[in-house]
Write a protein that binds this ligand. Sequence first.
Ligand code: NAP
Length: 226
Amino acid sequence: MRYNPDLPFGIIDPGIAPRVIGQVGQTLDGRVATPTGRSLYINGQCALAHLHRLRAGVDAVVVGVGTIIADDPRLTVRLCDGASPARVVIDPNGRIPPDARCLKDGVARTLLLNRQGHAESGENRITIPAAPDGRLAPAAVLAALARRGFRRILIEGGPTTLSHFLQEGVMDELHIMVAPKIFGSGRAGISLPPIDTLEEALVPAAQSYLFEDGDVLFQCDLTRKR
Ligand SMILES: NC(=O)c1ccc[n+]([C@@H]2O[C@H](COP(=O)([O-])OP(=O)(O)OC[C@H]3O[C@@H](n4cnc5c(N)ncnc54)[C@H](OP(=O)(O)O)[C@@H]3O)[C@@H](O)[C@H]2O)c1
């Protein structure tokens, strides 16, 4: 079906539990960046506008520190109406560059999520105990954000962050925006533990939308199987 920008996308009623949407912009061969980390911009303007609409519908947009270092994104709402959500950077070891735009521009609040022991919690800093593998458990991240009043969450990437949340089963929806391009090399958007049989594949209920400029959106409902 053709994409209609008047359709309501994003999270309208978060209910009691956090509602979590993931997004990824990728090529036909599932790449989200070249081998040297370039990803701006894989998708066309329509998909970018859709991403801004998703941002406008949430309380907080979450990225890993790798995305901040690679792209220095603003993570604000500019291509549609609506307020910019809080920006949350998962940065267990405090690697965020001090001059990152999301720390400097003052457009929206930015919170840093560090592992416990790295820094003290504060107004804009949340600390979470790390698992033995160094990860901050996605459920613990969502619980900490919910305690601060952030219940509608967009996991914007990158691939490490998105894959953690998908693997842990804490995501309700995944929006995959596919550009008709083939890189043939580079970072995969989603990496999960290997499966052996096709029956083990994740097969969410999905609706596809054709954007005017040729990109395609797959809106996957991870709470329902096809
Ligand atoms: N096409 C797209 O939609 C899209 C979107 C975003 C980014 N990108 C591309 O993706 C690339 C970056 O990939 P990436 O995988 O490095 O990005 P990332 O997911 O933003 O950052 C990964 C880093 O964030 C921290 N992190 C994330 N989740 C964590 C968790 N649950 N527990 C502990 N630490 C966690 C870790 O930091 P430490 O290493 O410090 O432990 C990890 O190495 C760039 O090339 C960027 O352009 C593409």
